[in-house]
Design a protein around this ligand. Structure first.
Ligand SMILES: *[C@@H]1O[C@H](CO)[C@@H](O)[C@H](O)[C@H]1NC(C)=O
Ligand SMILES: *[C@@H]1O[C@H](CO)[C@@H](O)[C@H](O)[C@H]1NC(C)=O
Ligand SMILES: *[C@@H]1O[C@H](CO)[C@@H](O)[C@H](O)[C@H]1NC(C)=O
Ligand SMILES: *[C@@H]1O[C@H](CO)[C@@H](O)[C@H](O)[C@H]1NC(C)=O
Ligand SMILES: *[C@@H]1O[C@H](CO)[C@@H](O)[C@H](O)[C@H]1NC(C)=O
Ligand SMILES: *[C@@H]1O[C@H](CO)[C@@H](O)[C@H](O)[C@H]1NC(C)=O
Ligand SMILES: *[C@@H]1O[C@H](CO)[C@@H](O)[C@H](O)[C@H]1NC(C)=O
Ligand SMILES: *[C@@H]1O[C@H](CO)[C@@H](O)[C@H](O)[C@H]1NC(C)=O
Ligand SMILES: *[C@@H]1O[C@H](CO)[C@@H](O)[C@H](O)[C@H]1NC(C)=O
Ligand SMILES: *[C@@H]1O[C@H](CO)[C@@H](O)[C@H](O)[C@H]1NC(C)=O
Length: 378
């Protein structure tokens, strides 16, 4: 059963990737349309791949301000460029028509008001059937996009729906979004995310903590080894390897640098008695300098964008989770970190501070083993 649902998840992911890669005209078959319904945004024949579009939605820090019975969450629309103007969805004459957010349908009644650049915007809809909030009639020209701010006013309460991690389905302080461009067959999908922070719950008595409070890492305790957990770390007992050299290079137009790691598999297990020779690839952890937490813009697995995840406790690490690949599928998995200038080299990013970084790959928690072969990458 677990295996079936796992296989189904992999199939869904493969279809999602396939659909994202196909031009809109390719969707006209009935069976594909049915699959398509499971995707976000639902019921749309549109090009979801964000790298084909210049537009993104960014969550503003700190995530919530308490105002008169509401938690106000704001997002900036951004024209980040970075796509090829020859692509249909990158056409500079295109603006933005609407935004959809992937939300928890049980939170109906919580979204009370939407503003665009501080003004009430009545063209929004909470759709329970499709689990989306649609903010329509934005009608922004491409020049206007970069200066537009959209805010959600969510009814304040102690229920999870009042917080972004409960209101949006993605979890963490993050929302999955789709931006519908003037050409509505372009719907770049991404995740507007913050760094995971200590449980943050705005209250009316206290102003929200200033950003600096939640980005300042706790004093880093000396960690004897990475990862600080009890797992089988010997690489001889595993057929996983990590490419010994990371690929580091500029990306996009926001001064970001991508640092990419490639996970490979080999045919032979040096220690054939090990229970960690093959396992489901679930997670990559990197022994990162906690001062680089805010420099991590986002991450990707095989080109699919993931919200950034920088853990402080029990040990500082960048965690790339939910990879979910069987051993047979795992070879060549590419994980990229998108870093701002202050930490855009392994020298700055790695806790080793010598141009290398320590990294470990982990099995899926459903398996009755604890494997974390540890590698050094330069
Ligand atoms: C998205 O587009 C980029 C560049 O156009 C391409 O490299 C990438 O493979 C695409 N991703 C998917 C999931 O199709
Ligand atoms: C939009 O703003 C970003 C910075 O937030 C900048 O990099 C980009 O060049 C701007 N785009 C346009 C079209 O002005
Ligand atoms: C860009 O869009 C405009 C109007 O939406 C269209 O006239 C023009 O041909 C498009 N250019 C490209 C390169 O697709
Ligand atoms: C949706 O919100 C309800 C509370 O209203 C919560 O119990 C449930 O876990 C949430 N579902 C998801 C997928 O976040
Ligand atoms: C905006 O909407 C709120 C609540 O829906 C209302 O109280 C307020 O008066 C509106 N502001 C304007 C300028 O219409
Ligand atoms: C936005 O554009 C759509 C057509 O694309 C139009 O129906 C709608 O009235 C426009 N909304 C505003 C506020 O101009
Ligand atoms: C919310 O607060 C009320 C009392 O103010 C309490 O009864 C309820 O259990 C709380 N709910 C949650 C989810 O904490
Ligand atoms: C993990 O770290 C804690 C302190 O952060 C330390 O007390 C403990 O010995 C470490 N465990 C291992 C296995 O290194
Ligand atoms: C990128 O870096 C250059 C030079 O350091 C700087 O002038 C520019 O403002 C930066 N752009 C952004 C979007 O941060
Ligand atoms: C990976 O598996 C975990 C646990 O089974 C699940 O929560 C998660 O959604 C899966 N992720 C993907 C991308 O399938």
């Amino acid at each position: 059963m677990a295996r079936n649902s796992y296989a189904f998840a992999m199939l869904a992911m493969a279809i999602a990737a396939l659909l994202a890669a196909l031009p809109a005209q390719a969707f006209n078959s009935r069976s594909l349309l049915q699959r398509n319904d499971m995707l976000f945004p639902p019921n749309c024949n549109c090009l979801r791949n964000a790298s084909a579009s210049p537009f993104r939605l960014e969550l503003i820090q700190p995530p919530a301000t308490a105002v008169q019975g509401f938690f106000k969450y704001c997002f900036n629309l951004a024209n980040v460029g970075g796509c090829s103007p020859t692509q249909r969805c990158c056409n500079s004459t295109q603006g933005v028509y609407k935004i959809e957010l992937d939300i928890n349908a049980t939170c109906k009644g919580y979204l009370r008001r939407v503003t665009v650049d501080g003004r009430n915007h009545t063209a929004f809809e909470f759709n329970t059937n499709s689990g989306v909030v649609r903010i329509t009639s934005l009608n922004l020209t491409s020049e206007k996009v970069n200066t537009t701010q959209v805010c959600l006013y969510i009814r304040a309460s102690n229920e999870s729906c009042s917080r972004l991690e409960g209101f949006c389905t993605i979890g963490d302080t993050a929302c999955r979004y789709a931006i519908f461009q003037t050409d509505r067959t372009c719907c770049p999908v991404g995740i507007a995310a913050l760094l995971p922070s200590p449980p943050f719950f705005p209250s009316f008595d206290q102003p929200p903590p200033p950003v600096i409070e939640f980005v300042a890492p706790p004093p880093a305790p000396p960690v004897p080894f990475f990862p600080n957990c009890s797992c089988e770390r010997d690489v001889k007992g595993s057929q996983y390897t990590l490419k010994p050299v990371a690929e580091v290079g500029p990306v996009g137009d926001r001064n970001l640098t991508q640092i990419c790691f490639t996970i490979n598999t080999k045919n032979v297990c040096e220690d054939s008695t090990s229970s960690c020779c093959t396992f489901t690839l679930s997670k990559l952890e990197l022994d990162a300098n906690p001062e680089c937490a805010t420099a991590l813009a986002y991450m990707s697995v095989d080109g699919v964008i993931k919200p950034r995840f920088f853990q402080y406790n029990p040990y500082p690490a960048i965690k790339v989770t939910n990879i979910n690949k069987t051993f047979a599928e795992a070879d060549g998995t590419k994980v990229c970190l998108f870093m701002k200038p202050e930490c855009n080299s392994l020298e700055a990013l790695g806790s080793n501070k010598d141009g290398t970084i320590t990294a470990a790959v982990f099995n899926h928690p459903s398996e009755k083993i604890n494997c974390c072969p540890v590698f050094t990458v330069k």
